[in-house]
Design a protein around this ligand. Structure first.
Ligand code: SF4
Length: 344
């Protein structure tokens, strides 16, 4: 519930306005898992609140811990659907110290990207804003138990699901994360990753938020992209490019592109030249991600030398590009893989 919704509830319950702020803090800052946990409300007030509202809870089914500290959680929702989220702990001098959480926005996904374990299982339903936020609050509670000196400070909507197809709930969760009385996470520390839902990219541009938008490209031609991303048939590269240019013009923010490098599919120097030509008019940075083999092991990552050659073509063509630091590869941290194993 937003602060406004909680205020309305308190008016209905004939409670003073300051109770709304207190309740908001208990839920969105302290991340309580039950109304019972509120220590400064009377038993009667807690009962009244419980009759009108409830706190969304996630049930941890399993987790995997990578050698690099990345943790992948599999949660059961109240209706026994499963979702995943991944905690990436960046430490040391090379990358700034931070905890980043990759969250899910849907149960399953309808987009059917060929390299993605979530896409293989199809779409079930959208997550509520509360279910999205619970992933962050629950992981923060684990970090508190471990006495980690950092809470989750960066969020990426890059887990299960296409966030722009759950637009309202994703936006509601982002606004709540940004609330001063709640987590107070800057919008600039939040990334939405999309496979390229063109009308929603335009809608997001019109909102002019300081959000980071990451677009999954994964191939430089329509012929190749349609093979692994069915969305390309509806929104081909030319249309996607127009939306990306519109986004940059409206928000004045640099776009991020994601490009999963797949051995003998999209990883030659010729592909890199075509990609450079596509990107040259868009204010952007492209992350090259050597693909994480899915449960089907259909896609393999290219050899290191090919990845470096690909990067070299892009940078020498004036494109801002880098190879994404790989996290959690030993625990198959790409989205949908853990759920895939458990559901099977
Ligand atoms: S990569 Fe993202 S958009 Fe594509 S199927 Fe997987 S979850 Fe859906």
């Amino acid at each position: 519930m937003s602060l406004e919704e909680i205020k309305e509830l308190m008016i209905e319950l004939n409670e003073p306005a300051f109770r709304a702020k207190q309740l908001f803090e208990w839920v969105h800052k302290k991340g309580i898992e039950s109304i019972e946990d509120i220590s400064n409300f009377s038993k009667e007030l807690k009962e009244k609140i419980a009759q009108n509202a409830k706190i969304t809870c996630l049930n941890l089914k399993t987790k995997q811990v990578s050698e690099d500290g990345t943790i992948k959680y599999l949660f059961a929702l109240e209706d026994n659907n499963y979702i995943e989220c991944v905690l990436m702990r960046y430490r040391g001098t090379k990358s700034k110290k931070r905890n980043t959480l990759c969250v899910s926005s849907q149960v399953g996904c309808a987009m059917g990207c060929g390299f993605c374990a979530t896409g293989l299982g199809g779409f079930k339903r959208n997550l509520t804003a509360g279910e999205i936020l619970s992933q962050i609050y629950t992981v923060n509670n684990y970090l508190k138990i471990e006495n980690d000196d950092l809470m989750v400070g960066n969020i990426v909507y890059m887990g299960m699901g296409e966030p722009l197809l759950n637009f309202e709930n994703v936006l509601k969760s982002i606004r709540l994360l940004n609330e001063l009385l709640g987590q107070n996470i800057s919008i600039r520390r939040i990334t939405i990753s999309t496979c390229g839902i063109v009308p929603k990219i335009v809608d997001l541009a019109d909102l002019n938020l300081d959000i980071v938008l990451a677009v999954s490209l994964h191939a430089p031609t329509d012929q190749l992209r349609s093979q692994i991303m069915p969305v390309n048939q509806q929104y081909p590269l030319k249309v996607l490019k127009e939306a990306c240019i519109y986004y940059v013009k409206k928000t004045r923010r640099r776009l991020t592109f994601e490009y999963a490098l797949v051995n003998n599919f999209n990883d030659t120097k010729e592909h890199a030249y075509v990609l450079a030509d596509y990107l040259k008019d868009i204010f952007s940075h492209i992350n090259l991600i050597p693909v994480n083999p899915t449960v089907t092991e259909k896609f393999q990552r290219p050899q290191r030398v090919k990845i470096q050659d690909f990067l070299e073509v892009l940078t020498s063509s004036g494109i801002e590009a880098s190879i994404r630091e790989e996290r959690g590869t030993d625990i198959a941290a790409a989205c949908g893989q853990l759920r895939g194993k458990v559901v099977e």
